[in-house]
Design a binder for this molecule. Structure first.
Ligand SMILES: Nc1nc2c(ncn2[C@@H]2O[C@H](COP(=O)(O)OP(=O)(O)OP(=O)(O)O)[C@@H](O)[C@H]2O)c(=O)[nH]1
Length: 441
């Protein structure tokens, strides 16, 4: 290389360094000798002359003690060959007393004849403004009742969180730094029933580049928390094409509990705690649908308490309510999990028995009838009395197209039971059932 070329290249290099506004340093790790450029000093409010005599002592004097220790460790790792270059974020004291945040990078250039580290060269970039921005973002994030985050997905399916706010500790019980290093920490806490739906929603948003929203549960220390996530994806280029979402997650457990309670109220009869008529008819229609598609047999039972007007008239309306509640309690005791019992009106009830034919239903309802008819009630004056019910049962049939066909058959059976003297159970159409028609499923 000619002399001219060499000095031209040197000038270019200087221009590039000046253009980056980087401070440069050269340090002899063996002798402690140090050289800096003007920008190095200027970042800290000095001229290089003011810092003379320049040696490693200046660095020791100006660097924050906590950062000095970290920087020494990073140098050591580099000298030991563990890292290809030295890198550390440190605070240096400005002439006016405040700290300047510096991104410090460097590389070992030579070793002594004995193999000890000798000349190291590197740069200082002032990142104070970035640091202030990050602090502002964290402050804003603190005021939000949730987590704000940046989530990224690579074409090969790899995912990462370049940023998560402090709120992540409360939702996921993990340190933000841990999640930045390992995104799977977030996903492993998602409720198993929601995991697939969550993953699907992310993939859809990735493909269509549409807004992502999802309600899902995480399980933290055995406690379920309902979360709602909203994020906007953007396609970006980072050596390869990636999709980055900017969004937030909020705790919706309270809203979910309220929704569940409202749903429960909307399908429940207040007095007995059984289902209400609307819900029963909806389930009846669904069961009929199931039968027509998959021939899943079921029975419908219509129940009406006997002489209920007279119970009310003799013992009072409140006592009548007690009888209704006692009947509901008997039902709850005897029915199994898949059975659906509800109060369809005043002293009328409907029971849906999936996987049950009329003979099995008859056996069950007649048992309940016997238990209920044997129950003694007391009023305030300690008068005792008993109550009873009549019931009509029907089983779904091939010709049933609408659920009112079943209702009308059950009603007909109930009418027959009443007509035959009450406190009995009839089936429609009538058939002979041998005793012991216990339900098998
Ligand atoms: N205590 C109470 N009574 C109710 C409730 N809803 C309806 N009833 C009463 O239930 C009674 C039903 O009477 P009826 O339809 O004449 O029938 P019944 O007296 O049971 O006679 P049968 O059905 O023929 O055996 C009426 O007196 C209604 O006021 C309720 O929620 N609580």
């Amino acid at each position: 290389m000619s002399q001219v070329n060499a000095s031209e290249q040197l000038n270019r290099l200087k221009a590039i360094i000046e253009g980056t506004r980087a401070g440069t340093w050269e340090w002899n790790a063996h002798t402690g000798e140090q050289r800096i450029n003007e920008r190095w000093a200027e970042m800290l409010g000095y001229s290089s002359r003011e810092l003379e005599p320049i040696s490693i002592a200046i660095w020791h004097r100006l660097c924050h003690p906590d950062d000095l220790a970290r920087s020494n460790e990073a140098f050591q790792r580099h000298f030991d060959g563990e890292t290809p270059y030295y890198e550390c974020i440190v605070r240096l004291r400005h002439k006016e007393g405040h700290w300047v945040w510096i991104h410090d990078r460097g590389r070992l250039m030579s070793r002594t004849a004995e193999g000890d580290p000798e000349w190291v060269v590197g740069t200082h970039i002032d990142i104070s403004q970035q640091h202030i921005n990050a602090q502002l973002l964290n402050k804003l994030a603190e005021t939000i009742p949730g987590v704000i985050y940046i989530f990224r997905m690579y074409a090969d399916g790899r995912v990462e969180f370049p940023y998560v706010s402090e709120g992540v500790r409360e939702f996921y019980g993990r340190e933000p730094d841990a999640i930045l290093q390992d995104a799977s920490l977030v996903f492993e806490l998602v409720h198993p029933e929601d995991a697939q739906r969550l993953q699907q929603s992310i993939l859809e948003s990735y493909r269509a580049l549409g807004q992502w929203t999802c309600e899902y549960r995480v399980v933290l220390n055995g406690r379920e928390i309902w979360l709602e996530g909203i994020a906007t994806p953007e396609r970006e280029w980072l050596d390869q094409e990636v999709v980055t979402w900017y969004g937030m997650v909020v705790d919706i457990s309270h809203r979910k509990a309220l929704e569940a309670r409202l749903l429960e109220l909307s399908v429940t009869d207040e007095l007995t705690g059984l289902y209400n008529r609307r819900f029963l008819l909806q389930r009846l229609a669904e069961l009929l649908d199931d039968y027509r598609r998959h021939e899943v047999v079921f029975s419908l039972v219509q129940v009406d308490l006997d002489w209920f007007k007279s119970i009310n008239d003799t013992y009072g309306h409140l006592m009548g309510d007690e009888v209704l509640k006692a009947f509901a309690a008997t039902l709850k005791n005897r029915l199994r999990k898949g059975d659906i019992a509800g109060r369809s009106g005043g002293e009328e009830f409907l029971i849906l028995l999936p996987h049950t034919d009329t003979c099995e239903a008859l056996e069950l309802i007649d048992d309940i009838r016997a238990v209920f008819a044997g129950t003694e009630f007391f009023n305030d004056e300690l008068q005792t009395f008993k109550a009873s019910f009549s019931a009509g049962i029907t089983q779904v049939q091939a010709e049933d197209e609408r659920f009112d066909q079943l209702l009308s058959r059950a009603d007909k059976a109930l009418y027959k039971a009443k007509d035959a003297g009450r406190n009995r159970v009839h089936i429609e159409p009538d058939r002979h059932c041998s005793k012991g028609g216990k339900r098998t499923r």
